[in-house]
Design a protein around this ligand. Structure first.
Ligand code: COA
Length: 505
C-alpha cells in the first residue's frame, strides 16, 4: 500500500483513497459520467465495472456516458449488456453496444472528436456529474498525470462537478513526461493555439486538478486491452502501394518532398496497413500528427522512418505493448500525447498541412464518403476524428477495399447511403484497384476516374450504366434519384449488389 500511496504526491489527497465499490455508490440514476479512455487506451476500469456490478445485483438506473473515444476492458460491452446507458457519446466500436444503438435501446451521439470539449465548454450538452479518470499519479502540485491516452480527460476534469481518479499501477510510470496538456479559453476570448510544429510542447505535463472536486482515489492494476488490428493482407498492401504511388507523383510534381507533410492515419486495419507500407519506401524523416498511434507508427520509428509522433492515445497490440513499454526510454523523446481537442484541432491541422488517411465503408461516383452507416442506417463505429482531419487537412485521403462480403457489396456505389464526408472534403480515394485524385475536378470529371481506377471490375459496367442514364437527365451532379439506392436495396432483398445490366431497380 505504501508503494501505491507514493503515487499520490499531493498531501491533501492521500486520505481520499476509497474502494471502487464505494466510489460507484456515489453515482445516481440520471447522472452524466465523463470517462477517460480513447481507442481502448487509458480507460477508467474499476469504477465502471463496480457500477455494472450494482446493476447486475438488481438496481435499476441509467447514466449518460461521455468518453474520449472507444473503451477497452469490455466496459462498453458490460454497460450495454447491463442496460445502464441512456446516452453514449462521442464514439464507440463495440459489437454489443453497436447492436443496442441500432435497436434504439440507447441513444448514441456520433460526434466529431474535437467537438465534445467545445460543447461542454459552451454548456451546450448535459454537464458532467462525475469525471472518472485513469492516471499513473498525481504530482505534488496537483497535476493528474494520465496514462496511455488523454482523450477528453482534461475537459472532463475542468467541467465536471466531481472527480474520481483511478491510479493504475500496471501502467508504466515511465509515461510521465510524454503528456502535454493545453486547454483553450472560451470562444470569443481565445488566442491562437501556439502550436506550429508537431514536436512542440505548449502546456503542462499533467491535468491541473481542482482539489476540492476530487471525491475519491481508487487504485487499480490492469493493463489496457490490446488493439484488435489484423495484420496487413494482400489487398491492404495493394492499397498502401497505390497510395505511395500517389505520394510519389506529388513528389515528382514538386508539391511534396520525400519527408512528405505530417501524417495522420485513422483507426482500423486498412489505415494501419497503409502506414506499414511506408517502411520499405523511399520516404524518410517522417512526422506523425494523429489521434491514435497504432503498432505501425512504432515499427516506423524502429525502422528510422519516423522522427516524431504526436497523438492523443497509444493503442497497441499485446506484443507491441510489451516491447514498447519494455524499452520506453527509446521512444520517450519521440512522442507527445495531447488532448483530443488539440490533436484534432482544425486550426492546427490546417496550419501543419496534414496528409490525412482515413477509411471509408463506401464512397460514391462523385467522391462523397460514408464511414459510419452500413446500408445507410446501421451504425458501425462512428465518425471519430475522420471529419476533423479530412475537412482541414492539406490532403484528405480515403481508403477502402473495393468490395466487401465476398463481392456481394461494392464499396463504390452510385450514391452513398449516408454522407460523413462530402465531395468537398475528399481529395483522393484509394482502393486495391488504384487511386483517383479528385482535386480540382468537377463532378462529371471525377466519375470516369473513380469507376475505372477504384471500382472492382465486376461492378464497373453496372456503374457506367447508372451514370450514363443519369447523364441523360443532366445536372451539375447527374443522378437517377429513384435508382440511387437501388444497389443497397438489391443487397437487402437479394443478398448482392450485383444486378443484371439494364435491370437496376
Ligand atoms: N458495406 C457494408 N459493410 C462493409 C462495407 C460496406 N461498404 N465495407 C466494409 N464493410 C464491413 C467489412 O466487411 C467488415 O465487416 P466484418 O467486421 O463483419 O468483417 C467491416 O465492415 C470492417 O471493414 P474492414 O475492411 O475490416 O475495415 P477496417 O477495420 O479498416 O474498418 C471502418 C473500417 C470504416 C469501419 C473504420 O475505419 C471506422 O470505423 N472508421 C470511422 C472512424 C474513423 O475513421 N476514425 C478515424 C480517425 S482515428
Amino acid at each position: 500500500m505504501q508503494e501505491k500511496i507514493q503515487r499520490i504526491k499531493a498531501p491533501q489527497l492521500v486520505n481520499r483513497v476509497v474502494t471502487a465499490e464505494e466510489a460507484a455508490t456515489w453515482i445516481e440514476d440520471g447522472m452524466t459520467l465523463g470517462l477517460s479512455g480513447f481507442t481502448r487506451a487509458g480507460d477508467a476500469k474499476a469504477v465502471p465495472t463496480a457500477l455494472v456490478n450494482r446493476a447486475e445485483a438488481g438496481e435499476r438506473f441509467k447514466v449518460n456516458v461521455y468518453t474520449g473515444a472507444s473503451l477497452g476492458s469490455n466496459i462498453d460491452k458490460m454497460f450495454a449488456e447491463a442496460g445502464i446507458v441512456n446516452k453514449r457519446l462521442p464514439f464507440q466500436a463495440e459489437p454489443v453496444m453497436r447492436n443496442k444503438i441500432n435497436t434504439g435501446e440507447h441513444f448514441f451521439v456520433d460526434q466529431h472528436l474535437s467537438h465534445t470539449s467545445e460543447l461542454l465548454r459552451a454548456g451546450a450538452i448535459d454537464s458532467i456529474d462525475y469525471a472518472i479518470l485513469e492516471a499513473i499519479m498525481v504530482t505534488e502540485d496537483g497535476l493528474l498525470i494520465p496514462s496511455t491516452s488523454i482523450g477528453n480527460s482534461q475537459a472532463f476534469a475542468e467541467f465536471a462537478d466531481n472527480i474520481i481518479i483511478e491510479i493504475n499501477t500496471a501502467q508504466p510510470v515511465e509515461l510521465e513526461g510524454i503528456h502535454d496538456l493545453y486547454s483553450p479559453n472560451q470562444q470569443g476570448d481565445r488566442e491562437p493555439i501556439p502550436l506550429t510544429q508537431p514536436n512542440q510542447r505548449i502546456g503542462t505535463m499533467g491535468i491541473p486538478l481542482d482539489m476540492d472536486k476530487v471525491k475519491g482515489i481508487v487504485f487499480t492494476h490492469q493493463l489496457d486491452s490490446p488493439s484488435t488490428i489484423v495484420a496487413p493482407d494482400e489487398e491492404t498492401q495493394m492499397i498502401a502501394g497505390h497510395l505511395l504511388d500517389f505520394l510519389r507523383e506529388e513528389v515528382k510534381a514538386g508539391r511534396l518532398s520525400e519527408s512528405l507533410m505530417p501524417l495522420q492515419s485513422g483507426i482500423g486495419s486498412v489505415a494501419n496497413a497503409v502506414l506499414h507500407g511506408m517502411i520499405d519506401s523511399e520516404f524518410h524523416d517522417l512526422v506523425v500528427y494523429s489521434e491514435v498511434l497504432q503498432d505501425a507508427v512504432f515499427d516506423l520509428i524502429d525502422a528510422g522512418k519516423v522522427n516524431f509522433a504526436s497523438a492523443c492515445s497509444l493503442t497497441l497490440s499485446e506484443d507491441k505493448m510489451k516491447q514498447v513499454f519494455g524499452e520506453f526510454e527509446k521512444y520517450r523523446d519521440k512522442l507527445i500525447l495531447r488532448p483530443q481537442e488539440i490533436s484534432n484541432h482544425p486550426e492546427i491541422i490546417r496550419r501543419l498541412g496534414l496528409i490525412a488517411i482515413n477509411t471509408a465503408l463506401e464512397f460514391d461516383i462523385y467522391g462523397n464518403v460514408n464511414s459510419t452507416h452500413v446500408s445507410g442506417t446501421r451504425m458501425m463505429n462512428g465518425i471519430g476524428g475522420s471529419g476533423d482531419f479530412a475537412r482541414n487537412s492539406r490532403l484528405g485521403i480515403f481508403v477502402t477495399k473495393s468490395i466487401a462480403k465476398g463481392g456481394d457489396i461494392s464499396s463504390i456505389v452510385p450514391y452513398v447511403s449516408h454522407v460523413d464526408h462530402t465531395e468537398h472534403d475528399v481529395d483522393v480515394v484509394v482502393t486495391e484497384q488504384g487511386y483517383a485524385d479528385l482535386r480540382g475536378l468537377a463532378p462529371r470529371e471525377r466519375v470516369p476516374l473513380i469507376i475505372e481506377n477504384c471500382a472492382h471490375p465486376m461492378y464497373r459496367e453496372q456503374l457506367w450504366e447508372y451514370y450514363n442514364e443519369a447523364l441523360e437527365r443532366g445536372g451539375q451532379t447527374p443522378h437517377v434519384l429513384e435508382k440511387a439506392f437501388s444497389w443497397h436495396i438489391s443487397f437487402k432483398e437479394h443478398g448482392t449488389m450485383k444486378m443484371p445490366l439494364k435491370a437496376q431497380i
